[in-house]
Design a binder for this molecule. Structure first.
Ligand code: OVM
Length: 377
């Protein structure tokens, strides 16, 4: 975050000469970019790779990496699959798992908040909800890590997650077929759109791939960041315990203060002026959600974690037509875990050095040693 402030001080649009792209960090300009999909397109990729000149690392996503009107067709399908009524159907199963896992962890007291909770929970409930095979699920985390690392420069993080990726990618693609999915899950509901004539069979498979790309690492880091926030700010934890109804708004503050997805790219479709800066046609723009969420021009006391603040308009799920379609799943997972922790845990104490998990687009931890204390502070 100090680095963001150093870049922000240079101006509203900053050319990153080393990567030949333009960075946007301020809340106002970021909103402008994300609202104007006609000028700032997703169709040339939302990573640094510019599809006008270079091939994508995988067949491009048919929801993330297309603009309206094509985007509207696939968006409508996932909007329905991930709708509020669909969430209500999943809530019970998700709640049972949350209660069981948190009781087990409370009994152990000393845990790794990432390995034992932030990873375990989404890796159980989400693949179950999609209707995936029980075998091979360890590929999910590897694939998500790769997909997010692949949005940025081909650095050591990208290369490391590419190691042995052929088998990971092959497993993912094999799970995206109708017959690989249980008949009652989110995956099957994507294929139900084929039967309604909204998309074809191959497109449905690609939309299942989108669920698997975007649904795992994001929620793991979101949950991990939630734990990290409350472990660092015990006053906010006590506030949540006193007022559990704040859980939902706390999730927005977690996403503002410590989001899971820090950045994506857009590509200009024409020469354009943004905040007085001229940007040529077909140039890449780095849209920095994490920086906009700390923009002091938008947020009073931006570096303070405060679950009672008004978080309206935060960029943790993006903004505009591509705003996170799975956000209700993410909210459900974090809400249920927070609710169980509030019920079962008095204090969250960090008992060892938190370790970051570096990723080109994601913000989160690899390890967070925690003590779940039953005693009141
Ligand atoms: C996708 C997708 C959607 C959102 C995020 C993401 C790599 C991927 O449609 O594949 O991250």
């Amino acid at each position: 975050f100090p680095a963001y402030e150093a870049v922000r001080a240079l101006g509203p649009v900053v050319k990153l000469t080393r990567y030949n792209c333009y960075a946007v960090l301020d809340f106002q300009e970021l909103g402008q970019v994300l609202e104007d999909w006609g000028t700032y397109s997703s169709a040339a990729g939302v990573g640094l790779i510019n599809f006008h000149t270079d091939p994508p690392w995988r067949p491009k996503s048919i929801i993330l990496e297309v603009d309206p009107p094509e985007h509207n067709v696939t968006r409508r399908v996932l909007n329905r699959v991930l709708s509020r009524p669909a969430m209500e159907k999943m809530r019970q199963a998700f709640a049972v798992e949350a209660a069981a896992l948190v009781s087990e962890l409370v009994a152990r007291q000393s845990i790794d908040g990432i390995r034992d909770l932030a990873e375990l929970y989404p890796l159980k409930v989400f693949p179950d909800a999609v209707g995936l095979n029980k075998v091979g699920r360890d590929n999910l985390l590897k694939y998500g890590t790769l997909a997010f690392n692949a949005t940025c420069p081909r650095n050591h993080l990208f290369e490391e997650s590419m190691q042995g990726a052929d088998e990971v990618i092959a497993w993912i693609m094999s799970q995206c077929e109708r017959q690989a999915l249980t008949p009652d899950g989110l995956g099957a509901q994507v294929f139900a759109a084929v039967d309604r004539g909204e998309v074809n069979e191959a497109e449905a498979g690609m939309l299942v791939r989108s669920l698997l790309s975007a649904g795992v690492d994001t929620t793991i880091n979101g949950l991990g960041n939630a734990l990290y926030c409350f472990a660092r700010f015990p006053d906010q934890w006590q506030l949540l315990k006193a007022r559990p109804e704040l859980a939902r708004s706390a999730i927005d503050e977690i996403l503002r203060y410590e989001g899971a997805v820090m950045n994506f790219f857009r590509t200009t479709t024409r020469e354009v002026e943004l905040a007085g800066c001229r940007i040529p046609k077909h140039e890449k723009l780095l849209v920095m959600f994490g920086a906009a969420n700390r923009d002091p021009k938008r947020w009073p006391d931006a570096d303070r974690f405060d679950i009672t603040r008004d978080t309206k308009g935060h960029m943790g799920f993006g903004s505009g037509v591509h705003m996170c379609v799975g956000q209700m799943v993410a909210r459900l997972e974090v809400e249920l875990i927070l609710t169980e922790l509030v019920k079962q845990v008095d204090t969250l104490e960090i008992t060892g050095p938190p370790v970051r998990r570096l990723n080109n687009a994601l913000r989160g931890l690899a390890s967070l040693p925690l003590r779940l204390g039953p005693e009141s502070p």
